[in-house]
Design a protein around this ligand. Structure first.
Ligand code: PMV
Length: 315
């Protein structure tokens, strides 16, 4: 049983999306999480996830461990080791998890592992699930990762399509009038989303009137961006990205490393750039004309990016 799920980037609207404003996110297929379920001679359910240094029998993990939580949806805890054992004639299973999505970097590594794991396990136990059900299950797991998630990561990764996301509303996808190119630059600084989301909440609590207005501005940017994407006026997205980045700086979720990469992209001729995801580290994105993609990626590396990815957004 194999399953795979892509990474993602948020084009516009992170953080404000937690407060009900719209945001735009797209899958990134150049990176992915992969899950393989194998029969094992050993009894029990063994997790083998070298990328996060995890090798353990699932019942030895805390119940709120995100991977254990998914496994227990399919093999409930009390009979956890007897479930697959019985099925496989006394033996157990091994769940191999690998991922090329850097952890805690704003590319949705946690949600991608959960989506791939849910799909592989549902195939293994022959319990087919709709995308809607996969999405709902992974949203519950996202809460273990970062407290008050908006649900944007699990949604864009489950459906693997560009998504215009509003918390609590049915999924809306969007179409690109014409494809456009994004360069992703990784600061290499891992930054837990839980912390930046918590700090924005502290700001909001200190002056709700002010921050609600700021979130409104971000929501407006996301709406205008959606229209421009749909009409194929993608070159006009650059200024919206720059405006969104300035607001994220005011929210205190950018960082010197992110700002440096955003500046480097600008100087190398990108049409616009911003941090993407929870911030404080992780990834930034730059909108480029296709012919400038390689030189902007080079400039990002010179400015300290640990990895770059060139991706095309196309519905
Ligand atoms: O850091 P990421 O990629 O998981 O993105 C989080 C996006 C936020 O808007 C900051 C939080 C959320 O739950 O939407």
């Amino acid at each position: 049983m194999n399953a795979s799920a892509p990474g993602k980037i948020i084009l516009f609207g992170e953080h404000a999306v937690v407060y009900g404003r719209p945001a735009l996110a797209v899958p990134v297929t150049q990176v992915h999480a992969d899950v393989e379920i194998l029969d094992s001679a050993r009894a029990g359910i063994w997790i083998n996830a070298p990328d996060i240094n995890l090798r353990a029998e699932v019942s030895s993990l805390p119940a709120d461990h995100p991977i254990a939580a998914v496994v227990h949806e399919f093999f409930p805890r009390p009979g956890a080791s007897s479930g697959p054992g019985t099925e496989a004639g006394g033996a157990g299973i091994e769940i191999k998890i690998s991922s090329s999505i850097p952890v805690a970097s704003g590319l949705g590594s946690g949600a991608a592992v959960s989506v791939a794991l849910v799909r592989a396990l549902s195939a293994r136990v022959n319990r087919p699930l709709t995308d809607e059900r996969v999405n709902a299950m992974v949203y519950e797991v996202e809460k273990l990762h970062h407290g008050t998630p908006s649900g944007i990561d699990n949604t864009v990764i489950t459906y693997a399509r560009p998504v215009y996301f509003v918390k609590g509303q049915p999924i809306q996808t969007f179409k690109t009038g014409s494809p456009f190119t994004i360069v992703i630059g990784d600061t290499g600084v891992p930054a837990p989303t839980r912390e930046s989301v918590g700090d924005v909440r502290t700001l909001w609590e200190s002056d709700k009137v002010k921050w609600e207005k700021v979130f409104d501005k971000v929501g407006e940017i996301a709406k205008r961006a959606k229209t421009r994407i749909e009409t194929g006026e993608w070159e006009l997205l650059g200024e919206l990205m720059n405006a969104n980045h300035r607001i994220l700086q005011r929210m205190t979720v950018s960082s010197p490393e992110l700002d440096k990469l955003v500046r480097a992209a600008d100087e190398a001729g990108a049409l616009g750039a911003k941090m993407s995801g929870g911030g404080r580290g992780g990834n930034m994105i730059a909108l480029v004309k296709p012919e400038a993609a390689n030189s902007v990626a080079e400039a990002l590396k010179e400015a300290g990016a640990k990895h770059t990815i060139i991706t095309t957004v196309d519905s």
